[in-house]
Design a protein around this ligand. Structure first.
Ligand SMILES: Cc1cc2nc3c(=O)[nH]c(=O)nc-3n(C[C@H](O)[C@H](O)[C@H](O)COP(=O)(O)OP(=O)(O)OC[C@H]3O[C@@H](n4cnc5c(N)ncnc54)[C@H](O)[C@@H]3O)c2cc1C
Length: 377
C-alpha cells in the first residue's frame, strides 16, 4: 500500500473538488433549507466520469478502483454529504449488477448509471426490519414470466428520483435465505412513493417510502437465483461501507477546515483563540483522528481493489470513520463557540450531516456486532 496518492487519485480529487466548489457550494445551504435535490448535478458529475469510477469501461465506467472512488466521495462530502451519498447510492446497483448480474442486465442497466444518465437506489429497509433486514415482509410471488411484488420499503435514498432500483423481496420462507433481489424500474405500474422523510440533516437527499402494489417485474430482472438476495445486499453493503467511511472523511475535513480558519481569525483576550492551548490541542486531536480514519478507509479500499477479503476492514473503517466524524464535527462547533451553533457557519450543518453516517448501511452497533463475531467465531 502506497501512502502517497497516485496521479489518477489526485486528478480525480482535484476535478471533484473544483466541481463541488463551483457547482454545489454556492447552492448547498439554501438547497438544504429548501430540501431541493438537483438531478443535473449528478448528470454533470457523470459527464466528468465521476459516477461510475469503479465500474469496468465496457459497461460505461471509468475502470478504476475504490482508491480512486473514495477520493471523489470524500471531496463531495467535504461540501455536501447529500451529494456524496447520492453518488454512492447510485454506485450500489452498479456494484451489484457488476458482481451478480447477467450480461443482459449489465448491458441494459449499468452504462446509464455509470454515466450519470440515470440515478440508482437500493431498497432493503422496511418499517419493521432495519438492522434485522433478513426479516423483511415485502414479497415477490412468481407468476409465469414475472414476479409480483407487494410491500412497503422505508427510508430509501432517492427512491422517488431513481430510474433503476435494486429491491429485496421475499420469494421463499422466513429469514435471510428466503430473500431475492430484483431490478425495478421507475414507472412500473403499481410502484409508487409514499411520504418523504423530514430529517435533521442531508435534507437535499430524498429519503422515501416505496410502495409496491402488485408490481409486475419481469423474471429476467431477478438478480442471480431465488434466495440470493440477502447475500447480494450484504455484499453491496460491504462496498458501500467504504464509501460511507469516505463520506465521513469529507465531512470531518470540511469541519476541521472551518474550525482552523475560525481559530486563526477569532480573537479573545487580545489574541487569536488558536494561541490558546485548549483550542489548539482540540484541533490537533481532530487532525490525528481524521488521519487515523483515513488510513482505515484507504486500507479497506486497497484490499477491495486487490481482490482480498475486506468485509471486516470495511466494517472497521465505517465504524471508526463515522464515529470520528461525529466527534470532529461536534468539536468544530465547539471551536466556533456561539457562532458554531448558528447557521451563519457550516459547522452545525456538518455536525447534523455526520450523524446519519453512524446510522446508514448498518448502524455502528451492527458494525461492532460484525467485528465482535469475526473476532470470536
Ligand atoms: C437518511 C437515511 C437514508 C437511508 N437510506 C437507505 C437506503 O437507501 N436503503 C435502505 O435500504 N435503507 C436506508 N436507510 C435505512 C437504514 O439503513 C436503517 O435506518 C438502519 O439500518 C437502522 O435500521 P433502523 O432504523 O430500523 O434501526 P433499528 O434496527 O430499529 O435500530 C435501533 C437501534 O437499536 C440498535 N440495534 C438494533 N439491533 C441491534 C443489535 N443486534 N445489537 C445492538 N444494537 C442493535 C441500532 O444500532 C440502533 O441504535 C436509510 C436511513 C436513513 C436515516
Amino acid at each position: 500500500m502506497d501512502f502517497q496518492e497516485n496521479t489518477m487519485q489526485s486528478e480525480l480529487r482535484d476535478l471533484t473538488r473544483k466541481f463541488a466548489q463551483k457547482e454545489i457550494l454556492p447552492l448547498v445551504e439554501q438547497d438544504e433549507h429548501d430540501e431541493r435535490f438537483r438531478p443535473e448535478i449528478i448528470r454533470k458529475l457523470g459527464e466528468l466520469g465521476l459516477t461510475g469510477i469503479p465500474v469496468p469501461e465496457e459497461y460505461g465506467g471509468a475502470g478504476l478502483g475504490y482508491q480512486e472512488y473514495i477520493a471523489t466521495i470524500e471531496e463531495l462530502a467535504a461540501v455536501s454529504v447529500s451529494y456524496a451519498i447520492s453518488v454512492a447510492v447510485t454506485g450500489l446497483p452498479q456494484v451489484i449488477l457488476n458482481l451478480f448480474g447477467n450480461e443482459a442486465q449489465k448491458k441494459k442497466y449499468i452504462p446509464k448509471l455509470a454515466q450519470g444518465e440515470a440515478i440508482g437506489a437500493f431498497g432493503l429497509s422496511e418499517a419493521s426490519s432495519g438492522s434485522d433486514a433478513g426479516s423483511m415482509r415485502t414479497t415477490a410471488r412468481r407468476e409465469g414470466d414475472s414476479y409480483i411484488l407487494n410491500g412497503t420499503k422505508l427510508w430509501i435514498t432517492q427512491g422517488d428520483i431513481a430510474e433503476t432500483l435494486i429491491v429485496m423481496a421475499r420469494t421463499g420462507g422466513p429469514g435471510p435465505k428466503g430473500v431475492s433481489a430484483f431490478i425495478v424500474e421507475k414507472g412500473m405500474p403499481g410502484f409508487s412513493c409514499g411520504k418523504r422523510e423530514k430529517k435533521m440533516g442531508c435534507s437535499i437527499s430524498h429519503t422515501m417510502e416505496l410502495i409496491f402494489q402488485n408490481v409486475r417485474v419481469p423474471a429476467a430482472n431477478l438478480i442471480g437465483s431465488e434466495g440470493d438476495g440477502f447475500k447480494v445486499a450484504m455484499t453491496a453493503l460491504d462496498s458501500g461501507r467504504v464509501t460511507i467511511g469516505a463520506s465521513a472523511l469529507g465531512v470531518a475535513r470540511g469541519a476541521l477546515e472551518v474550525a482552523i480558519r475560525h481559530a486563526r481569525e477569532r480573537e479573545q483576550f487580545g489574541k487569536p483563540i488558536a494561541e490558546f492551548q485548549g483550542v489548539s490541542f482540540m484541533l490537533a486531536d481532530m487532525a490525528v483522528a481524521l488521519d487515523a480514519a483515513r488510513l482505515l478507509v484507504q486500507r479497506a479500499a486497497w484490499l477491495k481493489d486487490n481482490g482480498l477479503p475486506f468485509s471486516t476492514q470495511a466494517a472497521m473503517a465505517k465504524l471508526f470513520a463515522t464515529d470520528m466524524a461525529m466527534k470532529v464535527t461536534t468539536d468544530a462547533v465547539q471551536v466556533l463557540g456561539g457562532s458554531g451553533y448558528t447557521q451563519d457557519f457550516p459547522a452545525e450543518r456538518y455536525m447534523r450531516e455526520a450523524k446519519v453516517l453512524q446510522i446508514v448501511e448498518g448502524t455502528n452497533q451492527i458494525q461492532r456486532l460484525i467485528l465482535g463475531r469475526s473476532l470470536t467465531s
